[in-house]
Design a binder for this molecule. Structure first.
Ligand code: HEC
Ligand code: HEC
Length: 174
């Protein structure tokens, strides 16, 4: 009797492990396929340091060449001085390099990259794809007090932090 129970337990254990493996494999496959949304920011240093003055933009919104330029001129960052210690800088630099548009499977990242044709601008809002997507908005809208500038993605895209910029979710504040 005890032996029967033992064998049953072992069988159960083996079966659950097998299913676990099967599911894990499936997840990996999923990640390799094109994804609809940009991967949300998951790096603590980046979120803290690069999300202090504005929304922490997903690395997939610019190519690595753009991020390199941005990191190489932090004392003159769009009129602000950004200071990072050496450790933070290398963590952030590595995170941006590994997750830049070239390495993203998100539909938007690919479209941004394609529209750039090798250029490496300092702003996401100045990439041809993003500019074209906002073409129909009157420029005055961006200077509303509730928005401030084209850089303030989260003002109009409440789901931006989840990497979702779909027009279905856009809400322009008054
Ligand atoms: C001290 C405040 C501050 C910090 C910290 C900061 N930024 Fe900025 N950043 C700014 C300002 C100001 C702008 C210009 C915003 C505007 O034009 O409205 C800007 C703009 C940007 C833009 C362009 C946005 C666009 O228009 O597409 C990028 C990209 C950017 N920052 C990346 C970073 C990264 C990466 C870090 C971390 C290393 C960082 N920022 C940290 C102040 C800051
Ligand atoms: C003034 C509000 C506003 C700001 C600020 C703004 N957007 Fe948008 N965005 C919109 C609107 C409205 C649309 C939909 C335009 C349309 O469908 O014609 C849009 C469309 C988009 C799209 C295409 C969506 C789709 O379904 O095709 C992307 C991607 C996008 N924005 C990214 C950004 C990023 C990244 C930023 C910040 C750098 C940003 N937006 C800043 C209002 C804004």
């Amino acid at each position: 009797m005890r032996r029967k129970i033992f064998i049953m337990l072992i069988t159960c254990f083996l079966l659950t492990s097998f299913f676990h493996l099967a599911i894990a494999d499936h997840d990996d496959d999923h990640k390799k396929r094109k994804s609809k949304y940009l991967a949300p920011v998951n790096n603590v240093a980046f979120k803290q340091e690069c999300g202090a003055c504005h929304f922490a933009y997903q690395p997939g919104l610019l190519p690595s060449g753009s991020w390199e330029k941005i990191l190489s001129d932090l004392p003159n960052h769009f009129g602000e001085e950004v200071s990072l210690n050496q450790e933070q800088k290398s963590i952030i630099s590595e995170y941006l390099r590994a997750n830049a548009a070239e390495h993203s499977s998100a539909k938007r990242a690919r479209k941004i990259l394609k529209s750039l044709r090798g250029q490496t601008p300092l702003r996401i809002s100045e990439t041809p794809y993003i500019q074209e997507k906002h073409d129909e908005l009157n420029s005055n809208i961006f200077s509303r007090q509730s928005i401030g500038s084209r850089s303030n993605c989260t003002a109009c895209h409440p789901t931006a932090e989840q990497g979702n910029y779909d027009d279905d979710f856009v809400k322009i504040p008054k």
